[in-house]
Ligand binder design. Structure first.
Ligand code: NAI
Length: 254
């Protein structure tokens, strides 16, 4: 059998029940990785479906429930992941939430909810795995941020600020851990056709406006995003760290 780049490697991916996270999980499994797929316990049925699909395709997958915004839940997630696989090679922080409000309508609790999952969740899961990566002398951290973290749109100040936090967090961490063989990069999707993407642009007129702003003239699909995550996880990206790559069909050019 031809060797695959994920053979004998384990990836932990958060927020895998649907959308981009599910597509990343299926792609990594197809590349030979043992996938430990996380989501909230209320997503149990969808997560079971992901595990079944990966196994039906000949891959390996186990699932762990955890809320990435909750420190105790994240500690349990990482310790249970390390029981499933004594070595974890790659972490993909994908779990995320979005809501749309102009600033004067963002309730303080809603600001916290968005930051708790998107920014604090990325921090918590990453922090919990850092000692493990350092001990291995290698680790790949891939954070799913957003073009919103670079530019953003009205109605999304809280979401875009949380994604800007992910990008800057990744850049600083990349410098702190580089000498331990750990790379940290962000993927910045544009508008992707998932539950989140559709909720953001609920009617045909707003969807068309986004397509018109996109050089390639369409929404992205989850499958459009997975290659960037797989690349950052691979040895092909060994000399790349602290970067934030747009996967947006040409909505942004910087
Ligand atoms: P989605 O809403 O379809 O999926 C998000 C997943 O995260 C779900 O499975 C959900 O259950 C899980 N999740 C939410 N809160 C969680 C928590 N506290 N703990 C664990 N899991 C949790 O969203 P989509 O579109 O697949 O987004 C994935 C990532 O990509 C997110 O970080 C999102 O911000 C980012 N993104 C999405 C874009 C889009 O247009 N769809 C554009 C740019 C970035």
């Amino acid at each position: 059998m031809i060797p695959r780049r994920g053979d004998n490697q384990t990836v932990l991916i958060t927020g895998c029940s649907r959308g981009i996270g599910r597509a990343i999980a299926e792609r990594f499994a197809a590349e030979g990785y043992y996938v430990i797929a996380n989501d909230l316990d209320r997503q149990a049925d969808d997560l079971a479906g992901l595990k079944a699909a990966i196994e039906a395709a000949g891959g390996r997958c186990d699932t762990l429930f955890a809320d990435v915004s909750d420190p105790a839940s994240v500690e349990a997630l990482v310790s249970n992941a390390l029981k499933l696989s004594p070595r974890i090679d790659v972490l993909v922080n994908n779990a995320g939430v979005l809501s749309v409000f102009n600033v004067e309508d963002i309730a303080p609790d809603e600001w916290d909810r968005i930051f708790d999952v998107n920014a604090k969740g990325t921090f918590l899961v990453t922090k919990a795995l850092l000692a493990h990566f350092r001990a291995n002398g290698k680790g790949r951290i891939v954070n799913i941020a957003s073009v919103g973290g670079k530019r953003g749109a009205p109605g999304q100040a809280h979401y875009c600020a949380s994604k800007a936090a992910v990008i800057r967090f990744s850049q600083i961490l990349a410098q702190e851990v580089a000498h331990d063989g750990i790379t940290v990069n962000s993927v910045c999707p544009g508008i992707i056709d998932t539950d989140m993407g559709r909720n953001n642009y609920p009617d045909e007129a707003s969807l068309q406006a986004v397509k018109d702003k996109t050089a390639l003239g369409r929404l992205g699909y989850p499958e459009d995003v997975v290659g960037a995550a797989a690349f950052f996880a691979s040895d092909d990206a060994a000399f790349i760290t602290g970067q934030a790559l747009n996967v947006c069909g040409g909505i942004l050019f910087d």
